[in-house]
Write a protein that binds this ligand. Structure first.
Ligand code: PLP
Length: 419
């Protein structure tokens, strides 16, 4: 009986009280070019709630010291907060242990770490790294670099005209030469949610480890790394309401144990002589130098915030906004949506006939509406759709239907100006 009452008290998909949540984000009160800010560039970076800003300020005001170094009180406080954030992050993505949580500077840094430390020693000429056609440059270029270093080849699984991974073609590309699959969870350019469970299961059936680029998924979908059984999962703090310059690489402990360090320096060692250096345990082995301590603490506060709001509720809210926005823009003549996958996160990429995406972005900015215009660091997938770039509106938990209306009104204005 008690359980039933709890369920009633907190339904899984309770509608978000967006008006109340918006008050948590001071920047949303900004006025831009004489209009209330309508921030629809969340796929590029998200805004920060007061609790994250406060956590950063409190750290610098009360606890600032270097970590893992000092015997003094502040250093211990800083270390405790920094390590508590790591444990928080491990819980958030359901990692088995905190050892599997490596602090990085962001998704890009995490992918480069895996490319150089995991992939590089395992790659021989003609081995293959398998990615998809809709990857962010961060999940293309590190693999091209390691291919150039080793003679391995980059193989690209195709995406159909809706922006969905072609799963059969992908499965057929998994072979004895495939040494790693590196795949996005959500495409930042198209919004497509990839069938990541299937992608991982198929790769594992062929004995191939999988890195997931979670930069775009982490703020929008529940992520359970044990449930997914991914080998690596990389994301950035700034895309989940945390600070810039901090990110996470989750890696299965067995992989991290077997990998050589990525960078050398302080904190990643146990002992150093000129003859021989012994490395620290994981995850510290991968954390050379003074880390972004405030960033880690801020990220911990951001995850507390998201947990408090509820990822499922956030997901439901954004999907509803996406449906509404899609319905409205579909009625605009000359507007073409780029990325129409069945399963999509809150990203709406589009082109407007006869108007350059940058002009769309600039005119919308005059109305206080912030969107991204360009190739979204995904030039290959832009090329597949035959466009140099798109205008992209991307939603977060604090966005509203009224903001979608402002977007649509702005686009109508662009059309009149160019009509
Ligand atoms: C933003 C993003 C990245 C890169 O993240 P950084 O924070 O710039 O390192 C990689 N992949 C996807 C899908 C992204 O959206």
């Amino acid at each position: 009986m008690k359980m039933e009452r709890d369920v009633l008290a907190k339904p899984a998909h309770a509608a978000l009280d967006v008006a109340r949540l918006r008050a948590d984000f001071p920047i949303l009160a900004e006025r831009v070019n004489g209009h209330s800010l309508v921030y629809l560039d969340n796929a590029a970076t998200t805004q920060k709630p007061q609790s994250v800003i406060d956590a950063l300020a409190a750290y610098y005001e009360h606890d600032n010291a270097n970590v893992h170094r000092g015997v003094h009180t502040l250093s211990q406080r800083a270390t405790d907060a920094y390590e508590a954030a790591r444990a928080n992050i491990a819980r958030f993505i359901n990692a088995r242990t905190t050892d599997e949580i490596v602090y990085t500077s962001g998704t890009t840094d995490g992918i480069n770490l895996v490319a150089q430390s995991f992939a590089r020693p395992r790659l021989a000429p003609n081995d293959e790294i398998l990615i998809s056609a809709m990857e962010h440059h961060s999940n293309i270029v590190p693999w091209q670099l390691v291919c150039a270093q080793t003679g391995a080849r980059l193989v690209v699984a195709p995406v159909n005209d809706a922006g969905e991974l072609m799963l059969d073609a992908y499965a057929a590309m998994l072979g004895p030469r495939t040494k790693l699959v590196a795949m996005t969870h959500v495409s930042n350019a198209l919004g497509s949610i990839t069938p990541i469970r299937r992608i991982i299961a198929l790769a594992h059936a062929a004995n191939v480890p999988v890195l997931v680029d979670g930069a775009q998924a982490i703020a929008h979908l529940p992520v359970d790394v044990q449930g997914l059984d991914c080998d690596f999962y990389a994301f950035s703090g700034h895309k989940i309401f945390g600070p810039t310059g901090i990110g996470i690489l989750y890696g299965k402990a067995a992989h991290l144990e077997a990998m050589p360090p990525y960078q050398g320096g302080g904190d990643m060692i146990r002992s150093v002589t000129f003859e021989k250096t012994e490395y620290n345990d994981i995850p510290y082995k991968f954390e050379a130098g003074t880390p972004n301590i405030a960033g880690a603490i801020g990220l911990g506060a951001a995850l507390d915030y998201v947990r408090h709001v509820g990822v499922e509720a956030i997901d439901a809210h954004e999907r509803e906004l996406l449906v509404y926005a899609t319905e409205r823009v579909t009625q605009i003549p000359g507007l073409r949506i780029i990325g129409t996958a069945k399963d999509k996160a809150g990203i709406l990429s589009f082109t407007l006939e006869g108007v350059h995406a940058h002009d769309v972005g600039t005119i919308l900015d005059h109305e206080g509406v912030a969107i991204r215009a360009g190739h979204h660091c995904a030039m290959p997938v832009m090329a597949q759709f035959g466009v140099a770039g798109t205008a992209r509106a991307s939603f977060a938990l604090y966005n509203t239907r009224e903001e979608v209306d402002a977007l649509v009104a702005g686009i109508e204005r662009v059309r009149r100006m160019f009509g």
